[in-house]
Design a protein around this ligand. Structure first.
Ligand code: SF4
Length: 228
């Protein structure tokens, strides 16, 4: 199975009834600013370079962001921060991400999430995270060149560690506590992890996460990968 086949299968997924309802309702009750948009309102596939060496894992699509545009982290404030940082650090062709087909190309990087449907209050419940786990696992199977993973936020960090542990990667016990900039070296059985705060407005508006802090994470990834 290739990435395209995976995407085709993913967009038809309706396993989580609460999230199916929520993602579709958001498409009917549009934000005024987006009244002329045809919302995607389906599971959102990962996006980026199939030969990626850097994998970025977020939490879930935003109801009026990726759930509207159909591309991960595209069309919301979190994505504005993320793609600007990826552009500054050489992984993205442009700083803007507004819609599928806007010309954005990722080089050496792939952006995904632990849950693919927009959840109410941006909070998936444990069963939904578990239901969706297989989609990220399938991407990991296909992204064979990944050497560095950047989970955005504590929930993504915990789920990535859980998944890697299940894939026979030697994960330290106890698991290192989530912190911004935390590095967990799982080599040689797995990748290098660099944890980051999620660029959500809760973090960026409060100054908990600054652009400099986010840049430092991707600069570190670039150094580890010896990325030009
Ligand atoms: Fe399917 Fe994941 Fe969406 Fe649940 S959250 S319906 S498992 S794609």
């Amino acid at each position: 199975m290739g990435i395209e086949t995976l995407e085709r299968d993913l967009v038809g997924c309706r396993v989580c009834p609460r999230l199916v309802t929520w993602r579709e309702q958001a498409g009917h009750h549009k934000r005024v600013a987006y009244h002329d948009w045809e919302y995607w309102a389906k599971p959102v596939p990962g996006f980026g370079d199939p030969r990626a060496r850097l994998l970025i894992v977020g939490l879930a699509p935003a109801a009026h962001g990726a759930n509207r545009t159909g591309r991960m982290f595209t069309g919301d404030r979190s994505g504005d921060w993320l793609f600007r940082a990826l552009h500054r650090t050489g992984f993205a062709s442009q700083p803007e991400a507004v819609a599928r087909g806007d010309g954005l190309v990722l080089a050496g990087a792939f952006v995904s999430a632990i849950v693919r449907c927009a959840p109410p209050d941006n909070k998936p419940i444990p069963a939904e995270k578990e239901n969706c786990r297989g989609w990220l696992e399938a991407e990991l199977d296909l992204l064979r060149d990944v050497e560095v993973i950047v989970p955005l936020g504590g929930m993504a960090y915990a789920q990535v560690l859980r998944i890697l542990h299940g894939r026979q990667v030697s994960v330290p016990k106890p698991r290192p506590r989530f912190a911004h900039g935390l590095e967990v070296d799982l080599r040689p059985s797995g990748p290098m992890l660099i944890a980051s705060y999620h660029p959500s407005q809760q973090n960026t508006f409060t100054g908990r996460l600054t652009e400099v802090m986010l840049d430092e994470v991707f600069e570190r990834a670039r150094a580890l990968l010896d990325w030009p």
